[in-house]
Design a protein around this ligand. Structure first.
Ligand code: SF4
Ligand code: SF4
Length: 85
């Protein structure tokens, strides 16, 4: 993983909106393979819920499991895994 600090634009942070905590919608959960990840931050930039922070930790209270992060990851480091309810 790169040790360089990524330059980030000002971004919103996840917060409870009219739909509540969107994490309750999730059926598939994104799981990051840190060995494949190069810390480019694209997943965080594309996440519609701003649920991925600067340390690439996913806030599951707001991640709705849309899979956009996994789709956009250039290293294919994110796998969508069905959750056990
Ligand atoms: S887009 Fe993929 S490679 Fe880039 S930071 Fe996210 S998980 Fe890592
Ligand atoms: S699955 Fe969707 S909501 Fe969850 S972290 Fe990825 S892009 Fe964001």
């Amino acid at each position: 993983m790169s040790t360089e600090k990524r330059v980030r634009l000002a971004m919103s942070r996840p917060m409870e909106g009219a739909c509540g905590k969107t994490g309750t919608w999730r059926v598939f959960q994104p799981v990051v393979d840190r060995k494949k990840c190069n810390a480019c931050g694209l997943c965080a930039g594309y996440c519609p819920d701003a649920a991925i922070n600067d340390d690439l930790v996913i806030d599951l209270a707001y991640c709705k499991g849309c899979g956009i992060c996994a789709n956009e990851c250039p290293k294919k480091a994110i796998t969508m895994v069905r959750e056990e309810k």
